[in-house]
Design a protein around this ligand. Structure first.
Ligand SMILES: *Cc1c(COP(=O)(O)O)cnc(C)c1O
Length: 402
């Protein structure tokens, strides 16, 4: 039987929800391939998605095999303590297993850290144009936000340290940063850690560290040894190719690790993720291929931008931020050609697009589509971008259209 839903009352639970929860602006994820295919009537196999900093090599075979084997045991709960994975990570980083917290993606780690140290009225500090989850995690708790203006699109660590006051409980630093791709050398991080009072937690988010040239990679576990207030966050979503499985981890001293583990869900990392993570951490060949492919792709993209006389931020990660002018219009013109990148106006960068490094041929598709999109006649105002297929484009299937 059908009944008409009653209108939500002024006094219903939604209206009663805490103001800081109602004020959350949802995370804007990269557009899924299937969604673009549906909306524009495109063949999903011809769509190129360079929008979420995913690994273009796809899930490693070593992980696929581990997942297939672990699938037989899915009737049981995962190991709540992730014993084997923590042991492997502890050995890699030469720290006790008691210093490792596993997360459902490193996003989980960032949220656990915010929940461990923030409460309404107490605040976090992060940089302008820094990763959106720092704001979200703070907002979810009703914490105060202090956003420190960027310097040349990167973190201004001196200003961030100077912004610490009595209400500061946590500082988020992304190195390299997303969406800008900027990097802070080890000496600057060390000076920052010295400057921040020990009572303030510092989260050093190193989601892209595996993409750094070896000479720039820091031994961040050694920093944890020297700084009991430091939480280093890592992920297996990027260079290790497991974005869909959701695995990340933190390295921090016992006291902090104990707090994070009390807050986490008892089974926050699922059985398939635990198995795949161990496999890929032992798959040096995959990591080496990821790194090499990314170096080559960065060069390919950045040299194309130079040729096209587009300004870009030299990247230390697996994506490049490029200035295109009316980014929403260029984004829409790329979508019409079956290429998905990421607009970053929500990061205060309305003239820029972030493009993830793809396979060489995907990068070419993007570069060609961008050249096409930047021709004046292909830019319709973003607001009137109709989901009409481009007839002249061979990638596009004709469709009934929504
Ligand atoms: C992608 C990303 C993450 C987290 O990814 P997970 O998939 O949740 O591990 C964390 N920090 C930054 C800066 C990122 O770009």
């Amino acid at each position: 039987m059908h009944t008409t839903p009653k209108p939500a009352g002024e006094s219903g639970p939604v209206a009663q929800a805490p103001a800081h929860v109602r004020a959350i602006s949802p995370y804007r994820a990269g557009k899924p391939i299937e969604e673009l295919a549906r909306e524009y009537g495109l063949d999903p196999d011809r769509i190129v998605k360079l929008a979420s900093n995913e690994n273009p090599l796809g899930v490693p075979v070593s992980a696929q095999e581990a997942i297939a084997a672990a699938a037989r045991d899915l009737g049981r709960y995962p190991d709540s303590n992730g014993f084997a994975l923590k042991a492997l990570l502890a050995q890699r980083h030469r720290v006790p297993a008691e210093w490792i917290t596993l997360g459902n993606g490193s996003n989980d780690i960032l949220e656990l850290a915010a929940r461990a140290f923030l409460q309404p009225g107490l605040g976090s500090i992060y940089a302008e144009h820094a990763f959106a989850v720092y704001a979200l995690a703070t907002q979810a708790i009703g914490g105060r936000h202090v956003v420190v203006p960027a310097r040349e699109l990167g973190h201004d660590l001196e200003a961030m340290a100077a912004a610490v006051d009595d209400s500061t409980r946590i500082v988020f630093v992304a190195n390299p940063n997303n969406p800008t791709g900027t990097f802070l050398a080890a000496a600057r991080i060390e000076a920052f850690l010295e400057a921040v009072p020990e009572r303030v937690a510092v989260v050093l988010d190193e989601a892209y560290t595996e993409y750094l040239p070896p000479e720039l990679r820091a031994d961040s576990a050694a920093w944890v040894r020297r700084h009991p207030n430091l939480i280093v966050s890592r992920t297996l979503s990027k260079a290790y190719g497991l974005a869909g499985l959701r695995v990340g981890y933190a390295i921090a001293r016992e006291g902090i690790t104990d707090l994070l583990n009390r807050l986490r869900q008892p089974f926050n990392v699922n059985s398939l993720a635990l198995a795949a993570a161990q496999a890929v951490l032992n798959d040096e060949a995959y990591l080496a291929r990821s790194y090499a492919l990314n170096r080559r792709g960065l060069e390919q993209l950045q040299s194309a931008f130079s040729t096209m006389q587009l300004r870009f931020v030299p990247s230390y990660a697996n994506f490049v931020l490029v200035e295109v002018g009316d980014a929403d219009a260029v984004y829409a013109a790329l979508l019409r050609q079956g290429v998905i990148v990421r607009p970053v106006s929500n990061y205060g960068l309305p003239r820029w697009l972030r493009v993830s490094v793809g396979l060489p041929e995907e990068n070419v598709r993007f570069i060609d589509a961008l050249s096409q999109a930047l021709r004046p006649q292909s830019l319709r105002p973003a607001s009137s971008a109709s989901p009409e297929p481009e007839r002249s484009n061979p990638q596009v299937r004709s469709a009934a259209g929504p």
